[in-house]
Design a protein around this ligand. Structure first.
Ligand code: AMP
Length: 142
C-alpha cells in the first residue's frame, strides 16, 4: 500500500490537525495520544513518509527509536510509573490504525490493567495539555 499523505499523523505534521505537543525537532514530532491506554500515553512520529517498520529507512528508524528513548525518559521522569511499555504496530492485522509509523510510550503502574489497543475513550483536552506540559518540562521545555 502506498503511503497516504492524508493520514491523521501526516496532517498533524503539516499543522492541519491539532495535537498536544510534547517535543519537536527536525526529525520527529511527539504528542499525547488522545485515546490513551494509560495516563501519559505519548506518541513519537518521524518527519519522513513511512507507513511502518518495513518501509522506513534504517537511518530514519535509528533516528526514530533514538528520539523515542529521549521522550520516554522524560515521560518516566515526569510521571514516575512503575514501568513503561514501548510498542509499535505494523499492519491492520497487528492493530495499526494510523498508517504513518509511530512508537507508543505507555506508562504502566503495578496493579493497573491495560485497556486493549483501540478500546479506549477520548481523553480530556485539559488533562492532556497538563500532561504534555509535565513531560515537556522534563525535556527542558522543548
Ligand atoms: P496505531 O493503532 O498503533 O496505529 O496507533 C494509533 C494511535 O493514534 C492510537 O493509539 C490512537 O488512539 C491515536 N490517535 C488517533 N488519532 C489521534 C489524534 N488525532 N491525536 C492523537 N492520537 C491519535
Amino acid at each position: 500500500m502506498a503511503y497516504d499523505p492524508e493520514n491523521i499523523f501526516a496532517k498533524i505534521l503539516r499543522g492541519k490537525m491539532p495535537a498536544h505537543k510534547v517535543y519537536e525537532d527536525d526529525e520527529v514530532f511527539s504528542f499525547m495520544d488522545i485515546f490513551p491506554q494509560a495516563r501519559g500515553h505519548t506518541l513519537v512520529i518521524p518527519k519522513t513518509e513511512a507507513e511502518n517498520f518495513f518501509d522506513i529507512s534504517t537511518d530514519w528508524a535509528a533516528k526514530l527509536i533514538g528520539k523515542t528513548q529521549v521522550v520516554a525518559k522524560a515521560v518516566r521522569a515526569a510521571l514516575e510509573p512503575d514501568g513503561i511499555l514501548i510498542a509499535q504496530f505494523n499492519g491492520a492485522a497487528a492493530g495499526q490504525t494510523v498508517f504513518h509509523i509511530h512508537y507508543h510510550i505507555i506508562p504502566r503502574w503495578e496493579g493497573a490493567g491495560l485497556p486493549g489497543h483501540g478500546h479506549t475513550v477520548r481523553a480530556d483536552d485539559e488533562e492532556l495539555a497538563a500532561l504534555a506540559a509535565e513531560i515537556k518540562a522534563k525535556l527542558g521545555g522543548a
